[in-house]
Design a protein around this ligand. Sequence first.
Ligand code: PLP
Ligand code: COI
Length: 356
Amino acid sequence: MAINYTEDILIERSETSNIANIDFNNLDFGRVFSDHMFVCDFKDGRWQTPKILPYQPVTLEPSAKIFHYGQSIFEGMKAYKDTADNVFLFRPTDNVKRMNISAKRLAMPEIPENYFIDGLKALLNIEKDWIPTSKGSALYIRPFMFATGKGFHASPADSYRFIIACAPSGPYFSGKVNVLIEEQYSRSANGGVGFAKAGGNYAGQFYPTQLAKEKGYQQVIWTDDNTHEYIEEAGAMNIFVRINDTLLTVPTSDRILDGITRKSILSIAKAEGIKTEVRKIKVTELIEASENGSLKELFGAGTAAVISPISGFGFKDKDYQLPVIENTYGDLLKKRITDIQTNQIEDAFGWRVKVQ
Ligand code: PLP
Ligand code: COI
């Protein structure tokens, strides 16, 4: 069914707004939420009437399968405003496709693209004033779906809820991060769910990340589950390495999330004439490059953090510092991608989508 977002979505406006209580110049990441959310239930084998409702708690039965078997997936996107108050999304259909890849892997129903996109546009038309414009900030958008169906039987639920909630947000990290290369724990395995944005993938990262934090690191660099010899992801970001003048990242696989920022950065880097390579990277290669001075930059890339520079990494009780250099690829690529997102430069790639 096609939905026409001005007619087919049931809209219940909030009687009050929280917007006056928000300090838009000092935004943290994902801590305050806009007034409304988009909600659509799946039951009796089909998606029901989509709604926009005041942001509010969700009430579920204790036997809802989300609590027991973790059928829960999400996406991360942002809405941006330019100086003329136009609203933009960045490659939104890629988020829909990835949400549905996650849904399939978790035996959940796929959300029709128009429900997701038209619902989001309708929501943004109502929440326009919640999009921050200060440097480094945006309206973080969290589409998510979870099992509402009841029962302790370990099988897929028969009903689900899809919600889109929004949080005006500042930067995910405030400065450079120091990371620990993981040798024991894994975030994903061959044949597992690492390529999906499944809630459980993140729950599984918290404990090893806590241990790394106790040792003075802010993030974990995940390595392959089999040998722990190859780097895979930087926390909840894809990883980039600059060796001399070449920008490297690792190939995606069923253990690695196919990041939209990652693939955008690869395209922008190529357009900027930066030599790129997509190949496996050994931890020993990083260490050798650090020791011989060819390791110039290390950064994570993702929607929330955009590009997050790494100041140093720890491995087997030894710390390696990245050099402090000028004109980094990280800074250049971050500027280019955010300028495209916020309509400050031409978008030669066709990624920017105006919300109207
Ligand atoms: N890797 C993981 C595990 C993530 O959770 C994310 C965040 O979405 C990314 C990479 C980056 O993906 P994207 O650039 O699409 O946000
Ligand atoms: C994002 O970058 O959008 C993510 O989903 C990562 C999340 C853990 C904040």
